[in-house]
Design a protein around this ligand. Sequence first.
Ligand SMILES: C=C1C[C@]23C[C@H]1CC[C@H]2[C@]1(C)CCC[C@@](C)(C(=O)O)[C@H]1[C@@H]3C(=O)O
Ligand SMILES: O=C(O)CCC(=O)C(=O)O
Ligand SMILES: [Fe+2]
Length: 419
Amino acid sequence: MVSQAQQEPALPHSSSIAKRAAAASMDASPAPPLLLRAPTPSIDLPAAKQDRADAASKAAAVFDLRREPKIPAPFVWPHDDARPTSAAELGVPVVDVGVLRNGDRAGLHRAAAQVAAACATHGFFQVCGHGVDAALARAALDGASDFFRLPLAEKQRARRVPGTVSGYTSAHADRFASKLPWKETLSFGFHDGAASPVVVDYFAGTLGQDFEPMGRVYQRYCEEMKALSLTIMELLELSLGVERGYYREFFEDSRSIMRCNYYPPCPEPERTLGTGPHCDPTALTILLQDDVGGLEVLVDGEWRPVRPVPGAMVINIGDTFMALSNGRYKSCLHRAVVNRRQERRSLAFFLCPREDRVVRPPASGAVGAAPRRYPDFTWADLMRFTQRHYRADTRTLDAFTRWLSHGPAQEAAAAPCST
Ligand SMILES: C=C1C[C@]23C[C@H]1CC[C@H]2[C@]1(C)CCC[C@@](C)(C(=O)O)[C@H]1[C@@H]3C(=O)O
Ligand SMILES: O=C(O)CCC(=O)C(=O)O
Ligand SMILES: [Fe+2]
């Protein structure tokens, strides 16, 4: 988390975009643009029923049947998903990953023990000593504010390509008809070793040369996220007793997803969600959140907040790493709630293996000694499953495992895709 107090970024900050964003945000309502077009719905009761309804208004007041809904129905989530937040924050350890570089052996064992305890239970920990430049982190968060404050027409120049994760979406309204998340997102791929910087190319190629400075900020940010991911893989190897280098080498040629989340203030936050309950299908998530708060993890049936810690980043295990650890480390349910007063931003770096790498736990050590929990699979198959067949939720990996036995073959047998 980067606190407001930190110094201004000493990085390229495109003033022209900031100016356009400022101009646009003067009149934009604090809501996903999809809402700008949706009239506020009202509950129209025919006159005859109105009397009965008025007579029952006391009962209705209990159930709020007559409350004027402030958010469109597609954004209303089932009560069970939108259950109230627990008053008890989740005690997530803040692990100093600097010990992997400074020769502090006692610190290294302490960090490995903290990670093992957290990942074997709720799958979340925070990291400090990560070496990510605070000005770069701030510039990445500020860039998200600048982008999402642009006019909708400009953001839609980057609209998501169907069947992929890349691009801009408002509430995923292009994909889903209900349980719409109260957020806008901008996602793009990252891998290093390309002839030219892929993130710079994405911003300039999709949004125009004006966006090249913003692309440079996210290019540098993603490079730092990749380096931090590999450091964390070393710590996961140590904590699991897995041979050194097994996970780090597995992700050396990773092809990851960067996602900027923007959660506008909401008039009825208790009825909707910024991001619904899910486990990340990816391997590892590095989340930089601002100081507003909203990330919650389901532990023992309660939604427990993960408090933003200044300068720290939230790490969580995803389904793919749960399979790589043969189920020893847990990919757990989490969600993001919204609030009435403040917009919230979070940047999620989703570490993913190269698409064709076979996700298989090490055969040796304690991880390899236990019976296999999941079949071999590739990230390409799991990614395709979440983008074309299944909305990632609370049971993604189980549903995917079942799909594996017939899904890919059925897809291949289906009519050839139109060009
Ligand atoms: C592979 C991915 C799919 C999602 C983005 C990454 C990792 C997290 C996934 C997601 C956030 C889980 C909740 C549902 C989802 C649809 C969302 O709310 O954005 C998921 C992402 C997606 O499919 O775009
Ligand atoms: O914004 C957050 O705090 C969490 C978002 C998240 O879980 C996700 O995008 O996968
Ligand atoms: Fe997530």
